[in-house]
Design a protein around this ligand. Sequence first.
Ligand SMILES: [Zn+2]
Length: 416
Amino acid sequence: MTRIIAEVVLVLALLGAGFFGWTQHKSVGSSTEQVTELESKAKAAEEKLAATAEELTKVQAEAKEQAEAAAPLKGKAQELDAVKMAFSSGEILKDLDANYSKQKGLSTERQLGLAAVRLLTLGSKDPSTIAAFRKTLELTDWKGKSKAICAAQNALAAAGEKVSVLSECEGISAVKEAPAKAGGDEHGKGDAKDAHAAPHWDYEGPMGPENWGKEFPTCAKGKSQSPLDIKGPFEKVKVSIATEYKNGPLRILNNGHTIQVNVEPGSKLRIDGVAFDLLQFHFHKPSEELMDGKPAAMVIHFVHKNAAGQLAVVGVLLKEGNENPGIKTLWANLPAKEGPEVMPENVSFNPNNLLPREMDFFSYEGSLTTPPCTEKVKFFILKSQVNIAREQVGAFPFKKNARPVQPLNERVIQSN
Ligand SMILES: [Zn+2]
């Protein structure tokens, strides 16, 4: 019985996530302003989402494909109230978690369902909700699954996460292009004067790092935050790290906070033999980490995740010097304005091109350096720095996108 309810819930949850994203996306203007507007409406829509069965029924009409999936469930509409009760008690989530933890890999739809159940149970801000939606995006093959992608992307955007929303999602969410606001910048700060502006962050001004904690508590309360000023005394450790990065098609985006390159599955980092998949890498200017109090010109963060969901970041500091051929390729293809990932034709890239020869490192337990500043992230900052031309630093489309260094607290920085 539990299983049947869980299956029912999954489909309903799928609809819920789609609807959530849809309500968030529907009335939104140009892509540069989407996220800000979504954020400011997130709370209201969340309530709306949970509100009535009628609204869910309406979604069935809106999203044809989703409605088809739900057709066998029509007779079970009356279960909806019970189901909603179960959401709020957290029982469904517990059952799902128990069921799915026994399975090796979840399908995109199931992962999205799980994310949606978390959304309905815990709210859009809960880190596990966000993590589950992010997982959905990672699982998805980026072709032919646009419904699932759109639902997850829109829900994430509504939760205040910076995600690029695929252009295919526009058909689903009925986005109409509105004229861009005069004077608005790439972060849509024109809306910042809105007193109800919801979670949004920046590297300067009222949404700057010193205020991230208001919307993202871990950023202020966390005791092992990144970045750090790297200076001794160091603890000597015997840990080996080795990269197995592979060539693949270039997938690059400007997410409004940085330039990010998404990496196809197959590139790995091994930490004492344990495989971590390379998900993406991105840039900060100047480097977020300081070496003995001084920043480098820039830093590249290579973000990895292992099968258990642990994150590991390898940081490569960039110092001014000769032109960097790898960065030349990236800069030639980067979208200057915030927007979805682009895949330039016939451009491939191997992240290895950005690594130094030596992999000696400083390491510590840290956090994401952007909201929500989630902790338990392993950091390996390579001792060898890599060249970048002064002109290449200047051509990076963000003036400054570095979080200030954070207190070391009880931590000791390690060195191999
Ligand atoms: Zn970073």
